[in-house]
Design a protein around this ligand. Structure first.
Ligand code: ADP
Ligand code: MG
Length: 230
């Protein structure tokens, strides 16, 4: 589904190149869920951007389905992203001028999903039925993030990438939104790569890896590493 092989990424800074990823290897199988942890600034968002083809690696390979992202021109990469990848961020990323239902319809249509019943079904599964004619600003934070989850899933993607999706919500709402996210992902059968700070959030996922010093390590190994280094 998603494969990263010896991925390297550095950013240009006034102080010179800042190496962020230094040999990341990762394989995510169809339907598998993976939590990605790591300290602030360790490169989690960078890894997600590369997986989505929003940015390209300096070296190494990023494969999404049958495609090596570096070999695709940007229009093809954008199309693959629209059709095969759902993205959820800490900020809700909704279209403020569109109603709740049209936010879902637009994402589905952009991905070529023409089933007219699908957006309404999704609305129900999100627990947003009755709110379809509202605008995003008329929703609570939890409802807005549920809608953002719906937008990400509207294209029926094979892979969902979520970057601290509950980071902007209070604890109770975060719990509800996370439970909904996992339920919908299981129903959809899509793979999930989720960045989180919280071990509780990571717990229900199939695997958990930690990004440290530009590489991925199993969560327990990195704990031992920290303990040994302390
Ligand atoms: P995380 O999501 O784990 O907090 P990021 O991937 O956002 O980490 O960032 C990793 C490092 O790269 C940080 O030190 C950050 O400041 C730096 N960084 C991220 N994006 C850029 C950019 N576009 N230009 C320069 N530096 C960046
Ligand atoms: Mg980040």
């Amino acid at each position: 589904m998603l494969e990263l092989r010896q991925v390297h990424k550095a950013y240009a800074t006034p102080q010179g190149p800042l190496s962020v990823l230094a040999g990341v290897d990762l394989t995510l199988a169809p339907g598998e869920s993976l939590a990605l942890m790591g300290e602030s600034g360790s490169g989690k968002s960078t890894l997600l951007h590369l997986a989505a083809g929003l940015d390209l690696a300096d070296a190494g390979e990023v494969r999404l389905g049958d495609h090596d992202l570096a070999t695709l021109a940007e229009p093809a990469r954008a199309r693959l992203r629209r059709e095969a990848v759902g993205l959820i961020f800490q900020q809700f990323h909704l279209v403020p001028s569109l109603t709740v239902l049209d936010n879902l319809r637009l994402q589905a249509r952009l991905a070529g999903v023409e089933d007219p019943a699908w957006s309404k079904q999704l609305l129900q599964r999100l627990g947003l039925d009755g709110l379809e004619r509202r605008y995003p600003e008329q929703l609570s934070g939890g409802q807005q993030q549920r809608l953002a989850i719906g937008r990400a899933l509207a294209p029926r993607p094979a892979l969902l990438l979520a970057d601290e999706p509950t980071g902007n919500l209070d604890e109770a709402t975060a719990g509800e939104v996370l439970a909904l996210l996992l339920e919908l992902v299981a129903q959809a059968g899509c793979a999930l790569l989720m960045v989180t700070h919280s071990p509780q959030v990571a717990a229900p996922l199939d695997r958990c890896l930690v990004l440290t010093h530009g590489r991925l390590a199993p969560r327990d190994a990195s704990r031992n590493h920290t303990a040994a280094g302390a």
